[in-house]
Design a protein around this ligand. Structure first.
Ligand code: AMP
Length: 301
């Protein structure tokens, strides 16, 4: 099996989508990625297929976006496997691939950046200056090329999802942003292209993230609402396993504003972690009061 068409320029993709919208049903699902694909990405592709139907069009992009990496981050060594990714996309039922070069997405003389305020000031924002501006900029370009579509993003990057929902609304993109549950390995580790960096020993330690979230989830289910207590339950597990912790935070699930430790989180709240195991930066989260307990185990995908 192979994907029907692979484009390298905005013009090529627009033309492929124009034809697809006439010859098939008009619905399009779009899955932006940085490649090095795993089951988490493929679940987004399958979700896209469900949304557009058998005769709709599912398009994925693979682009390791330089503007969302800081100077000391892993842009140069980020895993890349375009051939392997094409095979995986085809077997997940993807129709079109957009895999542009950096000089196509950022043509000579480009001067435009997109910034989403507020939602980017907490959580990963302070630890990755410029990151969300890079993400918002490239996704705005991609939305502009793809046009009317569902765009499916993973809840693993919960803050990114919130930022991109806001972006689509504020800039009137004809895009319906859809969040997909986190896909996990059997032990509960959230799948990530960066997991490839982990040694077997680090991979074992990385299980502490989902274990901490499960402990807090159980306490929340038992009636615990104090933000500081829920955070401490996660922190205890993560501290024992991580090399450095950027944050363990309880925030409002929509505004992403952090709760004071003494505050009650109410009936719905985000619990989010960013930390390093070895040199690898890992993210995980759960929405208390919304996500099912099974979302924290590796049993579903
Ligand atoms: P990336 O290639 O890491 O930029 O991710 C591309 C898309 O896949 C983003 O919307 C991510 O949130 C999503 N994604 C990555 N890992 C997972 C996962 N384990 N479960 C669900 N979605 C994921």
């Amino acid at each position: 099996m192979c994907i029907r068409d692979s484009s390298k320029t905005p013009e090529e993709l627009r033309e492929s989508l124009r034809i697809a919208r006439i010859s098939r049903n008009a619905r399009v699902a779009f899955v932006p990625t940085m490649g090095a694909l795993h089951e988490g990405h493929l679940a987004l592709v399958r979700e896209g297929r469900k949304l557009v139907g058998d005769d709709g069009t599912v398009v994925a992009s693979i682009f390791v976006n330089p503007t969302q990496f800081g100077p000391n981050e892993d842009f140069a060594r980020y895993p890349r496997d375009l051939d392997g990714d094409q095979t995986k996309l085809a077997s997940a039922g993807c129709d079109l691939l957009f895999a542009p070069e950096a000089r196509v997405m950022y043509p000579e003389g480009e001067r435009t950046r997109v910034r989403v305020d507020g939602l980017t000031s907490g959580l990963c924002g302070p630890f990755r200056p410029g990151h969300f501006e890079g993400v918002a900029t490239v996704v705005a370009k991609l939305f502009s090329i793809v046009g009317e579509a569902y765009a499916i993003f993973g809840k693993k990057d919960y803050q990114q999802l919130a930022v991109l929902r806001r972006l689509a609304t504020d800039l009137f993109f004809p895009v319906n942003v859809v969040g997909h549950p986190i896909v996990r390995e059997k032990g509960g580790l959230a799948m990530s292209s960066r997991n490839a960096y982990l040694s077997p020993e680090e991979r074992e330690r990385a299980l502490a993230l989902s274990r901490g979230l499960r402990a807090a989830y159980a306490a929340f289910s038992g009636g615990e609402r104090r933000a500081g207590t829920l955070v401490d339950l996660v922190q205890k597990e993560v501290e024992a396993a991580a090399d450095t912790i950027d944050y363990v935070a309880a925030t409002d699930a929509d505004s992403l504003v952090a709760f004071d430790p003494e505050a009650s989180v109410g009936d719905r709240a985000l619990l989010a972690i960013a930390c390093r195991v070895g040199k690898t930066r890992l993210l995980d989260n759960v929405v208390l009061g919304e996500d099912p307990m099974t979302s924290l185990s590796g049993s579903h995908s």
